[in-house]
Write a protein that binds this ligand. Structure first.
Ligand code: SF4
Length: 235
C-alpha cells in the first residue's frame, strides 16, 4: 500500500475552487480546505495500520466481505476461527456453505456472505489459478464483491490507488463540503478529483480513523471536533 506522507496545500489539485456555502471564509478555495483537512488528518493519524486482520490478499478479501454492515472489531473476532478452518481458496472451496454460515453468523448477513465466500473461492480456483485477481474488473465479477470491496483489496492488498467510499466516508466528505453528497459514486469521483492520487490509499484509512474517533452518525460537539471546529461546518 502506498503510504506517502502529505502535508501541504500544494498537493491539492489547484484547479478546483470552493463552492460550498458551509465555508465561513468565502475566499477559501476548496483545494485550500482539502489541504488543511489532509494536514490535520496526517497530524492525527501519521500511521494507518489496516484495521482488518489478514495475512494475504485472500484473507483480506474475505475479511472485507465480512465487514459489510459489521464492525471491524467483530470481524477480527470471527476471522481467526474461519481461517483456522480454511485460509485459502482451495481449502475454503471444500468447506460446506452451511459450515461457513455457522462460523460467520455473528457478522450478520451470514446466508449471503457464506454463499459469497464459498462461491468466490471456487471461482478463484477455477478461473484465477488459486490467486485473488489483481484487477477491479475481475474482483467485481466475484460474488458478493462490489466496487468498495474491490477498491479496498486493490489498494490495501496490491497497492493500487483507489478511494473506497463507504457510508462513513460519504458522510464525512459531505459534512466537510468536499462533495455534493448525492451518492457514494459521486463522492468517490469528487474525492479523487480533489486529492492527489498518491495519497488516496492512506487518506481513505485516515478518514475512517477520524470518523471512528470523532464523527458519530448522530450526536457530536462541533467545537470539540478538530476539523469542523476549524471550518464551522454546517451539520
Ligand atoms: S463536527 Fe461533527 S460532523 Fe464534523 S467531523 Fe466533527 S463530529 Fe463529524
Amino acid at each position: 500500500m502506498t503510504n506517502d506522507s502529505m502535508t501541504n496545500d500544494s498537493m491539492i489539485n489547484d484547479s478546483m475552487t470552493m463552492t460550498n456555502d458551509s465555508m465561513t471564509n468565502d475566499s477559501m478555495t476548496l483545494n485550500t480546505k482539502a489541504g488543511e483537512i489532509q494536514r490535520i488528518l496526517e497530524e492525527l493519524y501519521p500511521e494507518t495500520p489496516i484495521p482488518l486482520k489478514h495475512s494475504d490478499p485472500y484473507t483480506l478479501l474475505i475479511a472485507v466481505l465480512l465487514s459489510a454492515q459489521c464492525t471491524d472489531e467483530r470481524v477480527n473476532q470471527i476471522t481467526p476461527k474461519l481461517f483456522a478452518r480454511a485460509d485459502n481458496p482451495a481449502d475454503m472451496a471444500q468447506v460446506p456453505v452451511e459450515e461457513i454460515q455457522e462460523i460467520i453468523r455473528p457478522c450478520g448477513l451470514s446466508p449471503m456472505k457464506s454463499k459469497g465466500i464459498s462461491g468466490l473461492s471456487k471461482i478463484i480456483m477455477e478461473k484465477h489459478g488459486g490467486k485473488v485477481p489483481e484487477s477491479f474488473e475481475d474482483l467485481e465479477a466475484l460474488p458478493s464483491v462490489g466496487h468498495k470491496t474491490a477498491s479496498v483489496v486493490m489498494s490495501q492488498a496490491f497497492g493500487w490507488p483507489a478511494f473506497p467510499v463507504d457510508t462513513h466516508i460519504h458522510r464525512l466528505a459531505t459534512r466537510w463540503g468536499l462533495t455534493s453528497g448525492k451518492n457514494v459514486e459521486q463522492t468517490e469521483r469528487d474525492l479523487k478529483a480533489i486529492f492527489p492520487e498518491n495519497t488516496w490509499n492512506k487518506l481513505h484509512l485516515q478518514i475512517i480513523y477520524f470518523g471512528r474517533e470523532y464523527c458519530p452518525a448522530r450526536g457530536h460537539k462541533v467545537e470539540q471536533c478538530p476539523i469542523c471546529a476549524l471550518f464551522n461546518c454546517e451539520l
